[in-house]
Design a protein around this ligand. Structure first.
Ligand SMILES: [Zn+2]
Length: 305
């Protein structure tokens, strides 16, 4: 995939009962290697198959040990590099417009952060108030609107995805009805990602619909971390501290789908109570005061280094 990067590696392995790794360190590699996505590629495929000396065959055990140590060495080095580079967080809100959407809209303006709304067309047609809330999202330049299907699968996900053609048409209807500009989708009830060179499926049911969407020009995004708050009471399932720590861990451990990019899932109805709204403000404040993470639109995902 990244042949230029791969061929520039100068690591050599001398096989002689123990491995001697004469390595130009990754840090040095990256200093000369500016190709976009190089570090991400090294993170995903940290171990290059060593050139083995056929005169001195090695045991399976020592090869496994080499691979383990090498993976750690490369990943530690890549982590150090990535930590010096910008980090991106994506606040995504599903199922709007719902009671709660107008508060999210106001908070994004008050805090001046970009947010991402995955919308359900049927909800916009349920009341005048929700239609108005949809318009608020659309008029707010800090909000980007994306496709979460027209019916939300009627919350019967297996049935919905068992007919990929009608499921596909449901997303199309949503796009037309809400006049969505981006071909960006999140599947209801599924954490599926298909974009660029990535295809990750959580549940098989949904895969055909996602593939059909992708074939027709859509990108499909899931999430790394989910925050839950009881919608009516505003009582958090995870406290602000807990969710903040999880986001930080994903960022630091590079365990998100894309290193240095963390996607947070929330739902609009979590923020219908004052209590819920305060928690959202508090999470944003915590991130803004203690990290240098940038709030981003999903349409810019991912930032690769
Ligand atoms: Zn949903």
């Amino acid at each position: 995939m990244n042949t230029k990067a791969a061929s520039s590696l100068t690591d050599t392995v001398v096989v002689d009962s123990s491995f001697v790794i004469d390595s130009t360190s990754v840090v040095k590699d990256t200093a000369v290697q500016k190709e976009k996505g190089y570090l991400t590629e090294r993170w995903r495929n940290p171990v290059q198959v060593p050139v083995l000396d056929t005169l001195n065959p090695i045991s399976k055990d020592s090869l496994a040990r080499f691979v383990r140590l090498e993976r750690r060495r490369v990943r530690d080095s890549v982590t150090q590099e990535l930590d010096k580079l910008p980090k991106h967080v994506y606040f995504t809100f599903d199922d709007g417009p719902l009671i709660g959407s107008s508060a999210i809209d106001s908070i994004s303006k008050a805090k001046n952060i970009k947010i991402n709304a995955f919308l359900v067309g049927r909800h916009a047609n349920m009341s005048k108030r929700l239609k108005k809330d949809l318009q608020r999202y659309k008029d707010n330049t800090l909000v980007e609107c994306y496709n979460h299907s027209y019916t939300h699968a009627g919350n019967r996900f297996n049935t919905f995805y068992s007919n990929p053609v009608s499921a596909y048409e449901d997303f199309e209807k949503n796009e037309l009805d809400l006049e969505l500009k981006h071909k960006i989708v999140r599947l209801p009830g599924r954490n599926i990602w298909i974009y660029d060179d990535i295809r990750r499926i959580d549940l098989k049911s949904g895969a055909s619909t996602a593939d059909m969407l992708y074939t027709n020009g859509y990108k499909i995004y899931g999430w790394d971390v989910e925050w839950r708050i009881h919608s009516a009471s505003g009582k958090p399932v995870q406290s602000v501290e807990e969710i903040y720590t999880r986001i930080r861990n994903y960022m630091n451990n590079k365990s998100s789908m894309e290193p240095n990019n963390v996607v947070l899932l929330m739902h609009d109805d979590m923020f219908q109570s004052k209590k819920g709204q305060q928690l959202l403000s508090s999470l944003i404040d915590t991130i803004q005061t203690t990290t240098d993470y940038k709030f981003e639109f999903i349409s810019d995902y991912p930032f690769r280094y």
